[in-house]
Design a protein around this ligand. Structure first.
Ligand code: RFL
Ligand code: PHB
Length: 390
């Protein structure tokens, strides 16, 4: 098989790029290691920035998002038994975010690819990029007993943090920056009415908590837990009790509990790999960078990579202009690092760090007091949360 662009990974990054390129007449194949059901079973992001929503519409995949997603013009920060509102709309001159689950968004992308007859190969085993530093790169993968080969002009590594593409870049070329936090998030999904119509990020000495949602009948809650905890350590009752302890009393009193549909623990990590291009292979999304979920930046950063790559590839195929491809890594990384900074800051502001010295604790408290008393600080938070311009 020969295609123009071979994409490794059928998560949101790979599927969105494939769909956008298809609409410009550029031929792609997506090789996904897992089944569609497996990919759609992973409960992940819930908050989309305006630019991402626009890209979904450009990909002709925005219809259900616009119908079922919720526009949020603010969120709350709870601390010391009270909650303060961050007015995104006011501080960004009218901007907002869309609450729409990654699962639903991925489903919409799969449906669009299927409808257009797009080539998405599931359960592709042992995917390998070859000759990526040459003008004739190709992919191989195993299907049953057969090894299949796909020749392409470009390879896109959109295969997430544990994928194969980043690992194919020689060690002396790739520079990796990493920060691992000494805790994780235990997330739980439940078919209950959310405790608040807008998200609540809660700072508490027992640990951070987040009240999020997927719709007005589907809640998503998180609590900070030690890395040594497992899902089995947390019964539904224990989760609800701990969540309540970390919320202001008036919020906790209104919390509707119920059985969990899903529970999982995600360790918190910041990671960037540079450069995001090697030869004719380009990295995008979690394959190149990870943030702790506190600032809701992960999926949104992936979308900005896709935005740059999409325009760069269209310029190449339609105008013979390679400037976008040549600048891709530098341009994407500039925005990636800003998302890193913001996610690190918001994580540091709101979590309980086991090894924090009293001086650091006072600084953290002061950081929050300053934020809540300063229009300039609020505007900075709001501008980053709704997403910096592409
Ligand atoms: P994905 O989603 O990991 O998809 C990569 C795909 O590649 C496949 N794959 C391979 N395929 C072929 N061959 C191989 N060797 C392969 N290895 C892997 C995988 O099966 C998978 O299908 O990466 P992508 O597309 O770059 O998307 C990134 C997002 O998934 C991620 O950034 C977000 O989920 C992060 N995130 C959030 N981001 C936000 O913007 N807003 C949020 O509110 C938000 N909340 C979250 C989050 C992530 C979380 N977890 C669990 C890490 C909340 C949580 C709890
Ligand atoms: C979520 O709903 O899963 C979610 C929302 C906001 C975040 C992280 C996760 O910052």
């Amino acid at each position: 098989m020969k295609v123009q662009v071979g994409i490794i990974g059928g998560g949101p990054s790979g599927l969105l790029l494939s769909q956008l390129l298809h609409l410009k007449g550029i031929d792609t194949v997506v090789l996904e290691k897992h089944s569609r059901e497996y990919v759609l079973g992973r409960i992940r992001a819930g908050v989309l920035e305006h630019g991402f929503a626009e890209l979904m519409r450009e990909a002709q995949c925005g219809e259900r998002m616009d119908r079922e997603g919720e526009i949020h013009e603010g969120f709350f920060i709870a601390h010391d038994g009270v909650k303060d509102r961050v007015d995104l709309h006011k501080y960004t001159g009218g901007n907002s975010v869309v609450v729409y689950g990654q699962t639903e968004l991925t489903r919409d992308l799969y449906d669009a690819r299927e409808k257009a007859g797009g080539k998405v190969i599931h359960n592709a085993e042992n995917v390998q990029p070859h000759d990526i530093d040459s003008d004739a790169p190709y992919l191989t993968y195993r299907e049953g007993d057969e090894t299949r080969r796909i020749d392409c002009d470009y390879i896109i590594g959109a295969d997430g943090f544990h994928g194969v593409s980043r690992k194919s870049i020689p060690k002396d070329v790739l520079r990796e920056y990493e920060k691992v936090y000494p805790f994780g998030w235990l997330g739980m999904l439940s078919r209950t009415k959310p405790v608040s119509p807008e998200l609540i990020y809660a700072k508490h000495e027992r640990g951070f908590a987040l009240c999020s949602l997927r719709s007005q009948v589907l809640s998503r809650y998180y609590i900070q837990v030690p890395l040594t905890d497992t899902v089995e350590d947390w019964s539904d009752d224990a989760f609800w009790d701990e969540l309540k302890r970390r919320l202001p009393a008036e919020v906790a009193e209104g919390l509707i509990t119920g059985p969990s549909i899903e529970k999982s623990i995600a360790p918190l990590r910041s990671f960037v790999a540079e450069p995001m291009r090697y030869g004719n292979m380009f990295l995008a999304g979690d394959a190149a960078h990870i943030v702790p979920p506190t600032g809701a930046r992960g999926l949104n950063s992936a979308a900005s990579d896709i935005y740059y790559l999409y325009h760069a590839l269209v310029d190449h195929y339609q105008k013979g202009d390679d400037a976008g491809l040549d600048n891709y890594s530098a341009k994407a990384l500039a925005r990636v690092w800003k998302a890193q900074r913001f996610s690190w800051w918001m994580t540091t502001l709101l979590h309980t760090f086991p090894d924090k010295i009293p001086y650091d604790q006072r600084l953290q408290q002061t950081d929050l007091e300053y934020l809540l008393s300063s229009d300039a600080a609020m505007a900075s938070l709001a501008e980053n949360y709704v997403g910096l311009p592409f």
